[in-house]
Design a protein around this ligand. Structure first.
Ligand code: AMP
Length: 308
């Protein structure tokens, strides 16, 4: 089994009440791939500029991530995002977005990326997500994330992209905006009418909710006392969630299992990875994360959400 992700590969300048960083490695595909790499074989698709250093590639390679489909655009600049958070760190304020090399990017996937069983269309222009989806027609599970910028500016393309996937993983405010539906349960139903049969609404520090046509599940965010930078939490959640599903399939002979019990364990894996991501700036915490720390956090999550 293997997993392909396309999404932003970025430099992020971020300010939170607890500090700031300039031009650190980030991007939806990067946060996703780092998280998923604890459970499955991941390959990243996307462009970077001349300013993308070998140390950034090395950080990804060190986690076993396939960077063969990272295209370096000569003379180009890497995607750049600047944002800040106030004390309510559930809300990111975007100060600047520069698509740079993404503006002209035409994805040409290697056979390895095309043949992935699980595909994640991380947050990026919806038309680019669709072009990658078309090249991975055989994926057994395709999932997609997006954000308010694309709902505001490219709603039609985004609706087409959502129609072409099995699973939507998106912030709860964005699912309401996308469907013009203030009630989350109704919003999830409206998404299912567009195509996806699995809908995950991410709710920041409050956790995440899972909707399928026949079931509902909710899990709290892991209760942390120190959150330094929430950037990438949503992508880390998606990486833990889809990475877990892909990894389980690999462990059981190749069949992707999407029953309620497996999806719930995947929600816990996503929650655990997101909780590590926010403990430090950018990729700093997940880059030094160990598998036994994940297992300990999963055990803690299990015990705190169980009742008789
Ligand atoms: P999140 O997991 O939602 O916190 O996503 C944070 C990441 O999204 C950052 O590392 C940014 O580089 C990236 N990002 C911000 N705006 C966009 C955008 N318009 N398209 C793609 N990626 C973005």
């Amino acid at each position: 089994m293997s997993l392909t992700v396309v999404g932003s590969i970025a430099f992020d300048s971020v300010r939170t009440p607890f500090g700031e960083r300039e031009r650190m490695l980030g991007g939806s595909a990067v946060h996703f791939a780092l998280a998923a790499s604890f459970f499955s074989d991941v390959g990243v698709v996307g462009p970077v500029g001349d300013d993308f250093g070998d140390e950034h590639l090395e950080l990804l390679r060190a986690r076993g991530i396939d960077v063969g489909d990272l295209e370096r655009v000569a003379g180009g600049e890497t995607f750049f995002w600047r944002g800040h958070y106030e004390y309510d760190m559930n809300l990111a304020h975007t100060d600047d977005t520069q698509l740079n090399v993404f503006g002209e990017f035409e994805p040409k996937l290697s056979d390895r990326s095309r043949e992935a069983d699980v595909l994640f269309l991380a947050n990026i222009q919806p038309d680019l997500q669709r072009r990658v989806r078309a090249q991975c027609a055989g994926a057994k599970l395709a999932a997609l994330d997006s954000m308010n910028l694309w709902i505001d500016t490219e709603r039609q393309a985004l609706t087409h992209a959502i129609h072409e996937v099995d699973c939507l993983i998106i912030n709860d405010a964005e699912i309401r905006q996308l469907t013009d539906q203030p009630n989350l349960a109704r919003a999830a139903k409206a998404v299912m009418e567009l195509g996806p049969r699995i809908v995950v609404a991410k709710q920041g520090e409050y956790g995440a909710a899972l909707f399928t046509p026949t079931s509902f599940f909710a899990i709290p965010g892991f209760p942390l006392e120190d959150v330094r930078d929430p950037t990438g939490a949503g992508d880390s959640f998606a990486g833990g969630f889809l990475g877990y599903l892909d990894g389980e399939a690999a462990a059981s002979g190749g069949d992707l299992v999407l029953d309620d019990a497996t999806l719930r364990r995947a929600m816990a894996a996503g929650t655990a990875l997101a909780s590590f991501n926010v403990e430090d700036f950018g990729t700093e915490r997940v880059a030094r994360l160990e598998r036994d720390e994940i297992d300990a956090r999963l055990a803690a999550l299990r015990s705190m959400t169980q009742f008789e």
